[in-house]
Design a protein around this ligand. Structure first.
Ligand code: XMP
Length: 543
């Protein structure tokens, strides 16, 4: 077993997931827990390694999370990632300062001579690495002095101590994130650490992932257990992958006691209502469709703050669900649960603000030190007082895992591979006030982007594509007249699990076509710009 000590990183669970994918038993613990564990369980031989995660704090700040320094003397291999490296350095006599800030991709150069000597045996932390590769960073602090006994393995241009080790004590530190999809050789570094923990046992194969990859039967059984024999569940469905998979699982668990509801709030993509009806026809359940287009715009009037938008939309949904619940109660159908397609990245970004019905300790573990990035409306945007209990069967899974579960449930690729679309819809893609006019502009521009990517055959390879009404204005000359119109930003990104993304290298000809069509066909738009920022630091959405 390898313990992952969670200091509040956005990616602690991703570290655990990668270890599981590599066939290693893993447990996420809080720094407070590992202190107890170490004191009480000195001879627990099952722990073969410890990973100290990243986190939003600074080690030199008062109240920053820490661990008992004695863990470095247990003889157990330790890998510190980002904050974990900084904490290791800080506790063992090195120095950490607010230093060079790096977010996104940088090149790491391995300085270690062993690479040249082809010392590629499996117990070395640099086995099978290239001498130079791209890693992803997300840090504002930096180690500027290493503790005694440590040496540099690799550096980036900005950070000399980006990859360090104390070989004798088997303590390693990475300023970059090996767990994120876009770090090259990230899995290899983790494999190397695992091999060190196994003291030279042959590497386990990547294919030995445990059964939690597509655990649909477990989830269905859990839903049955939670809901019981009599209660009803209503479900917020949007036509997106997450809510469709959550709905299919629930329908399989409790059949017609699950009633899907689609709220037509006017903030969704063209054709979404028809898409939802089509999916649920396949699942064999007819959804209730609530027309809320007019009322939604009224509630959003004059609202410019994105968090406020999310909360208003969350509250509006709950009002609607309450009404539906009362109607069904009047028909003697006891509705107790509200199903939502919350997934793990929603939970992390919302700082795990709310627990679902039947959540195990594991599901909300490690959230104590996590920063709130935004309130995803299906997690943090919901009102505190709600009569319905939340049922969130895919809350513990990443996007690509949810797609996998969808496939194993037999959902067609057309639904499983659909682009994610935020719960609050176009409201978070229109910066500033959502007016009828700007919503119309956004929808038209969105259709253009989708149709051009579709025509070019690129759409299936794109994770997310959309225009943003930026609320910035610039000059254009249309015909012979001067025109002061809104700037549209185009965001097209590639990702698998949502935790990191990179902008799509769309051929210039296609970008040109999209730009020309938007400025020509969407009245009120003056120019189009292409967003070339990675996540981190920029989120995929603009709000
Ligand atoms: P970010 O912008 O956080 O987006 O990189 C990650 C994924 O989440 C979606 N997203 C949201 N979904 N409510 C949602 O239900 C929200 O407020 C929200 N903001 C972002 C986004 O579309 C992407 O798939």
């Amino acid at each position: 077993m390898i313990l992952v000590v969670d200091f509040g990183s956005q990616t602690s669970h991703l570290i655990a997931r990668r270890l599981k994918d590599l066939g290693v038993e893993t447990k996420i613990v809080s720094p407070e827990e590992i202190l107890l564990r170490q004191l009480e369980d000195q001879d627990d031989k099952s722990v073969k390694g410890i990973i100290l995660s990243g986190g939003p704090a600074s080690v030199y700040e008062k109240g920053a999370p820490s661990i008992d320094v004695k863990i470095f003397n247990l003889g157990i291999p330790i890998l510190g990632i980002c904050y974990g490296l900084q904490l290791t350095a800080h506790l063992l006599g090195g120095k950490v300062v607010s230093g060079k800030k790096e977010y996104g991709p940088v090149t790491l150069k391995i300085k270690d001579e062993r690479l040249k000597m082809k010392d590629n045996n499996f117990s070395s932390i640099i086995s099978h690495l290239s001498s130079q590769f791209v890693v992803w960073m997300s840090h504002g602090d930096e180690v500027i002095k290493l503790p005694r006994g440590f040496k540099t393995v690799g550096s980036s241009d900005g950070v000399p101590f980006a990859f360090v080790e104390n070989k004798d004590k088997k303590i390693y530190g990475l300023q970059f994130h090996p767990e994120v999809e876009h770090t090259e050789f990230g899995l290899q570094v983790l494999k190397n650490f695992i091999s060190i923990c196994q003291k030279g046992h042959p590497e386990r194969s990547e294919g030995s992932r445990d059964s939690s990859v597509a655990p649909q039967n477990d989830i269905i059984n859990k839903i049955k257990q939670i809901v019981g024999e009599k209660d009803y569940v209503i479900g917020a469905v949007s036509g997106g992958v997450d809510s469709t998979v959550a709905a299919t699982l629930t329908a399989k668990a409790i059949g017609k006691r699950f009633i899907p509801i689609y709220v037509d709030n006017g903030l969704m993509r063209k054709g979404t209502k028809q898409h939802v009806v089509k999916i649920f026809k396949k699942i064999g359940i007819k959804p209730i469709v609530v027309n809320a287009k007019g009322e939604m715009l009224v509630r959003l009037k004059k609202i410019t703050d994105s968090e406020q938008k999310r909360k208003i939309i969350g509250n509006f949904y709950i009002d609607i669900f309450e009404k539906v619940r009362k109607k069904l109660l009047a028909k003697k159908l006891p509705v107790k649960y509200l199903l939502q397609g919350t997934i793990y990245s929603d939970v992390i970004e919302s700082g795990a603000q709310r627990s679902p019905a039947g959540a195990s300790a594991k599901e909300d573990q490690g959230s104590r030190h996590t920063a709130v990035i935004k309130s995803h409306h299906n997690v943090g945007g919901l009102p505190k007082k709600m009569k319905l209990k939340l049922l969130e069967p895919v809350r513990n899974f990443y996007k690509d895992e949810v797609r996998e579960i969808g496939r194993s449930l037999g959902l067609p690729e057309e639904f499983v591979n659909k682009q994610p679309f935020p719960g609050p819809g176009f409201a978070v893609r229109i910066r500033g006030e959502v007016t009828r006019q700007r919503l119309k502009m956004e929808k038209k521009a969105d259709e253009i982007v989708l149709s051009e990517l579709q025509k070019a055959g690129i759409l299936p390879n794109v994770f997310l594509s959309f225009p943003v009404m930026t609320n910035a204005y610039s000059t254009a000359v249309k015909g012979d007249g001067r025109n002061f119109g809104e700037v549209v930003a185009l965001r097209i990104v590639e990702s698998k699990d949502i935790m990191t993304s990179t902008w799509s290298r769309i051929p210039y000809g296609i970008l040109q076509k999209i730009s020309s069509r938007i400025v020509n066909e969407v009245p009120g738009v003056s120019r189009v710009v292409y967003d070339i920022t990675t996540k981190p630091p920029a989120t995929m959405e603009w709000e």
